[in-house]
Design a protein around this ligand. Structure first.
Ligand SMILES: Nc1ncnc2c1ncn2[C@@H]1O[C@H](COP(=O)(O)OP(=O)(O)OP(=O)(O)O)[C@@H](O)[C@H]1O
Ligand SMILES: [Mg+2]
Length: 575
């Protein structure tokens, strides 16, 4: 069952209730604004009945009343709009903060199911635009329904029989609004998805511009973009078509009722001898009904669009689970890791990325993981900080299953230097100290150990030099050494090195290797490396293939076995 409009609004309420006072002020101000409308119509009666008779209406009263009325209306109109905006923007702030907080603790699956650009779009643009549209819509809704009620009340007061005739058109308008609203809602959801897809194409092409140009893929990419834009265009046109057809439909309905009423009113005025002034007042008030009715019939489009956008934000919070952990925590674990019969498959249609892996990694041991590409090495190390979850089996640190660890405490036990280095658009020092207090002395020490201090000091601002988006102002090797410095700074009991030295030349690698050797002292270390020279010194080598552990032992033992390791080693030795 699709939720009703009010159920949908209620979902948003927790975020918007912070501005309750402002909502109230806005409504009160709207009541005043709405009351000025029938007052305008009511003015007609004395103007016409008495204004044309000498001495019956002092002329100075006309500007006083007219200007006063519009002044009142202007001031309260401003108050109503401003307080509404205040409340709405408070809601946006609350929703956006909640979304970002959720992003920080969402289960890793979220990042697999939604692209970066789609999340950015929802968080940054959609919530804002959605609230804006909702706010404008609500403003119209409140102000114009009150105006409608005011005018209606006045009409009833003047002549209730005629007024009942006018009210025939209301259910018809409501029906048109309901029917069109449903279609609009579907269309706006589809447009939002199409916008995401379009943004994703842009994102990919911005990130991968070198590859795109190198391969001359611009035409294909442009075609992809055009297809997306075209789809978005047609969806937007469809929603314009449905929202634009609401207005004429309601107006025709209105004109039918209006003309009938005017005829009846004239006929009634002739036979009963009512004053011209009261007839003009009645018709003016009735004509004034058209504007709020027109506004109200248009109002569903922005409200629906805005609500849908805000709901996408809520969905992100409510439908993607947060990471869950236990309560176990220690400041510093011993670093004893155990895997018991761990199985993992990323997607049902893929082979197992880890297949019945059982391993016991002693505290302080240096374990090297070797194997062909796609063997599951990165997957295995991502299990440890719970970046992926096993389908079955258990992973334990210090004998405590990872799921029983407090997530934050668990991750404090690891320092990770991975295949892809991520740097933030901040200074060198803050990138090294990431997440911790920046201690300049320790940063300097970490950079020195990572063999990067000389380079950093040669930069104009030293440790405070900005490094650009994702470290775009650094070379591949420098980026990798930044990541190593970060790991050194973190000083965690378990070190994970996933191809940590792959972007270094032989000499830097030698220097960094020394730093890493020092760093590994007294820590549990998991090293993944394709260059076998860097892993020969490990305490134990685990060879993986197709998600399984196929061999393990020391370098010498494995060579003597003459299995996969010996083959890999032989190939490298030759090349
Ligand atoms: N996020 C993911 N979604 C789906 N499949 C994945 C994902 N990450 C890895 N895989 C698959 O899991 C398998 C193991 O990948 P993994 O990254 O662990 O290999 P690896 O041994 O680290 O390889 P390499 O030496 O090339 O880094 C591969 O077949 C890969 O296609
Ligand atoms: Mg890998």
């Amino acid at each position: 069952m699709t939720p009703s409009f009010f159920q949908r609004l209620r979902r948003l309420a927790p975020h918007f209730k912070g501005g309750r006072g402002a909502w109230a002020i806005s409504i009160v101000a709207s009541v005043v604004v709405a009351a000025t409308e029938p007052a305008t119509a009511a003015l007609m009666k004395p103007l016409i009945d008495r204004g044309f008779k000498e001495g019956a209406l002092p002329l100075w009263q006309v500007p006083v009343v007219v200007i006063g009325l519009f002044l009142l209306r202007g001031v309260f109109g401003f108050i109503s709009q401003y307080s509404l905006a205040w409340a709405a923007n408070r809601g946006v702030l609350s929703l956006r903060t909640a979304m970002f907080d959720h992003l920080m603790k969402a289960a890793p699956a979220l990042f697999g199911s939604r692209s970066a650009s789609s999340l950015t779009n929802t968080l940054v643009h959609e919530v804002q635009a959605g609230a804006q549209q909702m706010m404008n819509g609500m403003n119209t809704m409140v102000k114009d329904s009150l105006t409608l009620i005011g005018l209606f009340g006045y009409l009833m007061y003047l002549n209730w029989q005629l007024t009942l005739l006018v009210s025939v058109l209301l259910p018809a308008v409501a029906w048109v609004m309901r029917t069109m609203g449903g279609r609009l809602r579907k269309l706006s959801k589809a447009s939002a998805t199409a916008t995401d897809e379009l943004a994703y194409v842009v994102e990919e092409n911005v990130l991968a511009w070198r590859i795109v140009r190198m391969h001359g893929a611009a035409n294909i990419e442009a075609a992809r973009f055009e297809k997306g834009s075209e789809r978005l265009r047609s969806l937007l046109l469809k929603s314009v078509a449905s929202s634009a057809s609401i207005t004429p439909l309601t107006q025709v309905l209105a004109s039918v009722a209006m003309s009938g009423v005017i005829v009846v009113a004239l006929w009634h005025a002739r036979s009963s001898g009512a004053s011209v002034g009261s007839f003009v007042s009645f018709v003016t008030a009735m004509l004034m009904l058209i504007t709020p009715i027109k506004h109200l019939s248009d109002v569903m489009a922005p409200i629906t669009r805005g609500l849908t956008a805000l709901e996408r934000g809520l969905d992100m919070i409510e439908h993607s689970p947060a990471e869950t952990g236990g309560s176990y925590q220690v400041e510093r674990s011993s670093g004893h890791l155990q895997l018991e019969d761990v199985n993992l498959r990323y997607r049902p249609d893929q082979p197992q990325a880890l297949d019945a892996v059982t391993l016991d990694i002693r505290a302080g041991e240096t374990l090297a993981l070797v194997g062909p590409s796609g063997a599951g090495k990165s997957t295995l190390v991502h299990l440890m900080p719970r970046f992926v979850e096993p389908d079955s089996g258990r992973v334990m640190l210090d004998g405590v299953p990872l799921v029983d660890w407090d997530v934050g405490a668990l991750r404090r036990q690891f320092a990770l230097v991975s295949q892809d280095v991520v740097l933030f658009n901040d200074t060198v020092a803050n990138n090294v100290a990431l997440g911790e207090e920046t201690n300049v002395e320790r940063v300097r020490e970490a950079l020195r150990s990572a063999n990067l201090l000389d380079f950093v000091m040669s930069l104009p601002q030293g440790l405070d030099s900005p490094i650009g988006h994702n470290g775009s102002q650094l070379s591949g090797g420098q980026r990798q050494r930044m990541a190593i410095a970060r790991a050194i700074y973190k000083d965690a009991p378990i070190l994970i090195l996933d191809e940590a030295t792959s972007a270094l030349d032989a000499e830097s690698e030698h220097l960094v290797q020394q730093a890493l050797d020092r760093l590994m002292q007294g820590r549990t270390t998991l090293v993944i490396a394709h260059r076998l020279a860097t892993i020969e010194r490990a305490d134990r080598i685990v060879v993986m293939d197709g998600g399984r552990v196929v061999e393990q032992g020391s370098h010498q033992q494995l060579l003597a076995q003459g299995g996969l390791y010996a083959r890999l080693h032989g190939m490298q030795f030759r090349s």
